[in-house]
Design a protein around this ligand. Structure first.
Ligand code: 26V
Length: 822
């Protein structure tokens, strides 16, 4: 009978080796003589997948029986990284797996590099979505993540003569063991055409007659909760052109048109857009967004209709969280379905819609706030445009009643921007269509209310709230830093893995000599691994016990990698001038990060870092006291090696610009000390770890504001500050660009004439802060104490805490626990 067979499939330690050999042989067609390392990886991953599927099926049953409200997390990006180790650890199967395979002489950890990593995101926003999936599963929350299955993830970064070169990321080249195609849940997505009007009982109705249709095919990936037998789902949509549609055209003899339309349709999910914040107005991305939204909302509706046929229940059964405005067309799409297809009255539909959405804002950079040209809507989504216009009309009517005679406020709050080009402001749509609008750190949420959306905050103060970001301790401590995790568990037990506030119990070990010794030893071992990696990736040899000073993140002017490298040049000048550095430790300044392909300045910053590295690393006069390293192709797996080895974490954005940052949390959790500005989550990290355990510097947001409003003159700072002058003059003398004279002029010019991000204004403070750090590093005992206190006080920054807050305050969803005794 079925149950008996099920029981046999359930994994036993004893049978793991059998399953492994079975997969190697019958899936891979190999035996131990012919198997490649990739074959072994595949067989190992399939073996683990069985284990996951058991729990996946059980989770679905559990959720269905619970009839709980579901959380739908809509994100255009997920930066998952590798899943093999993560899945094994979260299943709690690492020991079993290791022992079960011992008799074959196979150690699963040796095969992890064979997994192609999934990088369907740009940076912070995508990695946050991945951490949230982990937390939602670990907290027994009935959540589904929706996203796009890009055939090519974020580009691979190669370095060619010091310049970034983008190469395609062919992550699907080999089998993707972690996905399952669910052809039965394919959905149609319509585009273009026009809108017909008709009447029923005197009521005006609308019928969208689209001009073409694309199919959305879902691929499901399991999201394994930590130690709780829960496996949630991440559903990624892939575009395919509908066959019947093709056939018609083929039959009419339009072979070439039919084929090109097919190619066109299937390009929808070909490639992830690299965060080109300035380059808006890309029509393909607009269509990509609607494709994503349309597939996901249909799927959500299908699930809802299994539970109820009364749409008034929808907000009780579903909550849809928008990860930035990228999926905000959902609001118009849900309205369209409720009004046009389900024939609900407009006001009822709007009430349902508004109650069902939450919107998270992740940036206040004006160039990143999405606005779509009205003509895109006219061409591709004519009915949605009508809906947005009608929403706007009703909304402005309300605003006008509240603010009689104030036409300016109507212009500011309108969903439609009139000049210079007619555009839809997606953030405005997201705000009026949601019950909750949140920022991602305390300061960012305040800026949203007071500076970015003050009119909306005045109208809907109750909607605005903060949810400070977090990171999953499973990947960012347990998996990335297994030795530190083991030491922590030995001292305080393993509860910290799912309750990070437990780390507090480590505080007392900051004064324990033996503990400090072991803590230092772990850091040193991690540094050795990193030093090896640096040599392999860049050819630069660094000392194992150097001070590792690290800035890894997307390259952007506001993040100020430029300030960092200018400071490195300053240190280099000092060394050359004074030469009295006999017993100073080696300092390694490590950078990694991608520049958006169309972002000229960011690419030149990479070039500057690499050119400076070349000069400094080869200058014998400074006796290897400074090394500068740029590791190409930054990605999740690289972060996992770098972070545990870091001493100093660089979080130096211009105050007010970094919404939160999450790398800052990963470093502190692994015992690096932060040098940071009073920006984003740095401020909250400071409040947790204590002012004496973090190095903050620079202008705060009010001071930056004052500078911006006053007349800031970077050229004056340059002429008055000999340190700045020396560095800029050296760059302008082509010392770092002998063979390409003048290439750094645009960088110098931009600093000297504008310095939009106040690099010069903060330079002295940054320099002095580094001097202080160097002094403090000399007192190793004191330093280690601070590092331990950082680890101990990072409890707040678990994404479990963040997700608990979303669940309680916004989603109103409780964990679904299996009944006891089952
Ligand atoms: C914009 C665009 C524009 C068009 C092409 C593709 C694309 C992709 C992403 C974006 C906006 C990205 C916003 C973002 O990543 N914000 C970051 O979110 C993190 C998580 O909340 C936060 O820690 C970072 O501070 C914030 O910069």
């Amino acid at each position: 009978n079925w149950d008996n067979i099920d029981a046999q499939i359930t994994m036993q330690k004893e049978s793991l080796a059998n399953f492994f050999v079975h997969y190697l042989k019958f899936f891979g067609g190999k035996d131990r003589y012919s198997a490649s390392e990739l074959d072994v990886y595949n067989a190992l991953a399939y073996t683990i997948r069985d284990h996951i599927i058991e729990k996946w099926l059980a989770t679905k049953v559990l959720y269905n029986k619970s009839h709980s409200k579901r959380i739908y997390y809509l994100s255009m990006e997920y930066l998952l990284g590798r899943l093999f180790s993560n899945n094994i650890i979260n299943l709690g199967a690492d020991k079993e797996f290791r022992e079960g395979l011992k008799k074959l002489g196979v150690d699963w950890e040796d095969y992890t590099p064979w997994e192609r990593e999934s990088a369907l995101g740009n940076g912070g926003l995508g990695r946050l979505a991945a951490c949230f999936l982990d937390s939602m599963a670990t907290l027994n929350l009935p959540a589904i993540g929706y996203g796009l299955r890009y055939e090519y993830g974020i580009f691979r970064q190669d370095i060619c003569q010091g310049y970034q070169v983008e190469e395609p990321d062919e992550w699907l080249k080999f089998d993707n063991i972690w996905e399952m195609k669910r052809i039965e849940h394919t959905v149609p997505v319509h585009f273009g055409g026009e809108v017909e009007t008709y009447h029923i009982d005197g009521v005006e109705k609308f019928n969208w007659c689209p001009s073409y249709t694309v199919l959305g095919i879902p691929y499901d990936m399991p999201v394994v909760g930590y130690g709780n037998n829960i496996v949630n789902t991440l559903r990624l949509w892939s575009a395919k052109v509908s066959e019947e549609f093709d056939l018609q055209d083929f039959n009419q003899g339009n072979y070439i048109d039919a084929v090109s339309e097919k190619v066109e349709g299937e390009t929808l999910t070909k490639v992830l857009y690299p965060d080109d914040r300035t380059e808006s107005g890309r029509e393909l991305r607009f269509r990509q967004q609607y494709f994503f939204v349309c597939c996901s909302i249909q799927d959500i509706m299908r699930k809802f209709l299994k539970e109820s046929s009364d749409f008034r229940d929808f907000p009780k059964k579903a909550v849809i969280q928008l990860n930035d405005t990228h999926p905000s067309i959902s609001i118009a799409e849900l309205m369209r379905i409720l009004v046009d297809e389900k024939h609900l009255p407009w006001d009822v539909a709007w009430d349902i819609t508004r109650k069902s959405f939450g919107y998270t804002n992740h940036t206040i950079l004006p160039e990143a706030l999405e606005k779509w040209p009205v003509e895109f809507f006219q061409r591709h989504l004519p009915r949605h445009l009508q809906i947005i216009y009608k929403l706007n009309q009703h909304f402005l009517q309300e605003v006008s009643v509240q603010n009689p005679g104030d036409n300016d406020i109507l212009r500011r709050m309108s969903l439609v921007e009139e000049y210079p080009q007619k555009k839809i402001r997606m953030a405005h749509l997201a705000i009026i269509g949601s019950t909750s609008v949140n920022g991602v750190s305390e300061i960012h949420s305040e800026i949203l209310k007071e500076q970015v959306m003050p009119d909306f905050y005045n109208s809907f103060p109750h909607k605005f709230n903060n949810k400070t970001n977090g990171i999953t301790p499973r990947r960012w401590l347990l998996q990335a830093n297994p030795s530190l995790a083991k030491l922590i568990t030995e001292k305080i037990g393993k509860e910290w893995i799912t309750d990070l506030s437990q780390l507090k119990k480590l505080e007392k070990y900051a004064d324990d000599k033996d503990f400090r010794k072991r803590f230092d030893k772990i850091k040193l071992e991690n540094k050795k691994k990193l030093a090896k990696l640096i040599e392999i990736e860049t050819g630069v040899v660094v000392e194992d016990d150097a001070i590792f000073d690290v800035q890894i993140k997307r390259i952007h002017e506001y993040k100020r990698q430029l300030m960092n490298i200018l400071h490195v040049i300053h240190l280099y000048c000092e060394l050359r001038d004074h030469k009295n550095f006999k017993d100073a430790p080696q300092r390694v300044f490590l950078f990694a990060g991608k520049a958006a392909p169309g972002y000229y300045m960011a690419k030149m910053i990479i070039k500057l870092i690499l050119n400076v590295a070349k000069v400094i690393n080869n200058d014998e006069l400074i006796k290897d006291k400074i090394k500068v390293v740029f590791i190409p192709n930054y990605k999740v797996s690289l972060a996992e090696t770098i972070i545990p080895a870091t001493d100093i974490s660089e979080q130096i954005s211009t105050a007010g610009k970094e919404a939160s940052g999450t790398g800052n949390m990963k470093f502190a959790l692994n015992g690096a000390l932060t040098i940071g500005t009073l920006d984003g989550a740095n401020i909250e990290i400071m409040n947790e770890v204590g002012k004496e355990n973090i190095f903050t510097f620079g202008l705060d947001i009010d001071e930056i504001k004052a500078k911006r409003e006053g007349n800031y003159e970077p050229y004056q700072l340059y002429s008055e500050n000999p340190n700045i002058k020396k560095v800029i003059d050296l760059i302008q003398s082509n010392f770092f660009s002998l063979h390409e004279p003048g290439i750094f002029e645009p960088i110098c010019n931009s600093l000297l004439t504008q310095d939009q991000y106040f690099v010069f204004a903060d330079f002295n403070a940054y320099m002095e802060c580094h001097e202080k750090i160097l002094q403090e590093y000399k007192n190793q005992k004191q330093w280690t104490k601070k590092a331990i206190l950082n680890v101990a006080r990072m409890g707040k920054f678990s994404s479990d805490r963040t997700i608990n807050e979303y669940a309680a305050d916004i989603w109103k969803v409780s964990p679904v626990k299996p009944k006891k005794g089952k």
